[in-house]
Design a protein around this ligand. Structure first.
Ligand SMILES: Cc1ncc(C[n+]2csc(CCOP(=O)(O)OP(=O)(O)O)c2C)c(N)n1
Ligand SMILES: [Mg+2]
Length: 331
C-alpha cells in the first residue's frame, strides 16, 4: 500500500526556518534526539528483560511532539497515547523518572504502576498516556472545559493517531469543543496505520483534517516530519485558543520507522514507502536545518549523559513494595 511521503502533502516550503528563534530550534532538536536515543535504549533494555509488557516506539514521529510542545508554556496541558514517550519528553520530562517508570521501579513518575503506556505527571501538566485508543481525547476536552470555566489562558494538546480518529469519542469531543470554543488543539498524528491496518482500509475518506470543519473546528494539514512546520502551525492554533477563539484540528502526516510495537517486525509495511519516509527522517531534517555542528554535538553529548544517568538510576532503584501497590486504592 503506497502512502505519499509527507513532503508531497506539505502545505508550505520547509527548506529554511524563518522567524523561529534559535533556542526554539535547538530545543526541538534536543527533544527529537532525546526521544530517538531514549527509545533505542528502551528497545535494548526490553531485549535484555529489564522492560516488560508492551512498548510502542515513536521512532520516526518525534518531530510532531517536539514541534507541538515547543509552542506550549509549562502550565499548558497535554494528553497522550500508548505511543507516548515523545510527548512526555517534549513536555519536559526527567529521563530518570521516565526510565524508572518504564522499568517498573518505585522511583518512576507513577511509582512504577503505570509503565510505558500510562505515564502521567501533575508536575508536568501531563494528563496521561493511555492504553485505551482515543482515551486521551475526551480527557483533553474535559481539561479544556475546566480551563474555560476557570478563565485562565492555558491550552491543551490532545495527541492521538489516525486509528483513534475513527472512534466515537473523537466526534463527540470535537463537537463539544466546537460548541463551547474550548482551548484544545487536537493533534492527529497520522502515521497511516492502526496496528497493521492501513488508513485506506479504515476510512472512506483519508482527508482527516477535513473532519474538523464538520464540527466548526478549523482543520489543518502539516508535514509531521518537519518540527518547524508543526511548531509554526501549533503556535498559531495555540494563539487562537488563548484568545478564546476555540479549538483546532491539526493533522500531522508522518510514518512509523517500524512495526506497531517492539515485537512487531512490520512485515506488512511496503519497504519502498518506508524507505521514502526514512529519507525524510525528522532527526536528519532538523540537523540539516540547524547546521551548527558544534551546537548539535553539545546537545547530543548532554542527552547521552542524561540517558546513561537515567539507565543507572532505574537499574539501582527499588521495585515497589506490595504494600505500596495497594496505597491510594479506595473501596
Ligand atoms: C479502545 C481500544 N480499541 C482497541 C485497542 C487495541 N489497539 C491498541 S493500539 C491500536 C491501534 C491504534 O492506532 P492509532 O490510533 O492509529 O495509533 P498508533 O498506534 O498508530 O499510534 C489498537 C486498535 C485499544 N487499546 N483500545
Ligand atoms: Mg496510527
Amino acid at each position: 500500500m503506497a502512502h505519499p511521503p509527507a513532503a508531497d502533502r506539505s502545505s508550505r516550503p520547509t527548506e529554511a526556518s524563518p522567524g523561529i528563534p534559535e533556542p526554539i530550534l535547538l530545543g526541538m532538536y534536543r527533544n527529537i534526539y532525546a526521544t530517538r536515543r531514549f527509545e533505542l535504549r528502551c528497545i535494548e533494555l526490553y531485549r535484555q528483560g529489564m522492560i516488560r509488557g508492551y512498548l510502542h516506539p515513536y521512532l520516526g514521529e518525534e518531530a510532531v511532539a517536539a514541534g507541538a510542545c515547543a509552542a506550549l508554556r509549562p502550565q499548558d496541558y497535554i494528553a497522550s497515547t500508548h505511543r507516548g514517550h515523545g510527548h512526555c519528553i517534549s513536555k519536559g520530562a526527567d529521563l530518570r523518572l521516565m526510565m524508572a517508570e518504564i522499568t517498573g521501579k518505585a522511583t518512576g513518575y507513577c511509582k512504577g504502576r503505570g509503565g510505558s503506556m500510562h505515564i502521567s505527571s501533575k508536575q508536568l501538566n501531563h494528563l496521561g498516556a493511555n492504553g485505551i485508543v482515543g482515551g486521551g481525547i475526551p480527557i483533553a476536552t474535559g481539561a479544556g472545559m475546566g480551563i474555560k470555566v476557570q478563565q485562565t489562558d492555558q491550552v491543551v494538546i490532545a495527541f492521538f493517531s489516525d486509528g483513534a480518529s475513527n472512534n466515537g469519542v473523537f466526534a463527540e469531543s470535537l463537537n463539544l469543543a466546537g460548541i463551547y470554543q474550548l482551548p484544545v488543539i487536537y493533534l492527529l498524528e497520522n502515521n497511516h496505520y492502526a496496528v497493521s491496518t492501513p488508513i485506506e482500509c479504515a476510512t472512506g475518506c483519508c482527508d482527516l483534517a477535513g473532519r474538523g470543519p464538520a464540527y466548526g473546528v478549523p482543520g489543518i494539514c502539516v508535514d509531521g516530519n518537519d518540527a518547524r512546520e508543526v511548531y509554526r502551525e501549533t503556535l498559531q492554533a495555540v494563539a487562537r485558543a488563548r484568545r478564546g477563539e476555540g479549538p483546532t484540528l491539526i493533522e500531522a502526516s508522518t510514518y512509523r520507522h517500524g512495526g506497531h510495537h517492539v515485537n512487531d517486525p512490520g512485515l506488512y509495511m511496503n519497504p519502498e514507502t518506508l524507505a521514502a519516509w526514512k529519507d525524510r527522517d525528522p532527526l536528519v531534517l532538523m540537523r540539516r536545518a540547524l547546521g551548527d555542528e558544534a551546537k548539535i554535538r553539545a546537545i547530543e553529548e548532554q542527552v547521552e549523559a542524561e540517558l546513561e544517568a537515567a539507565v543507572t538510576f532505574a537499574a539501582e532503584s527499588p521495585e515497589p513494595s506490595v504494600a505500596e501497590f495497594l496505597a491510594g486504592i479506595q473501596d
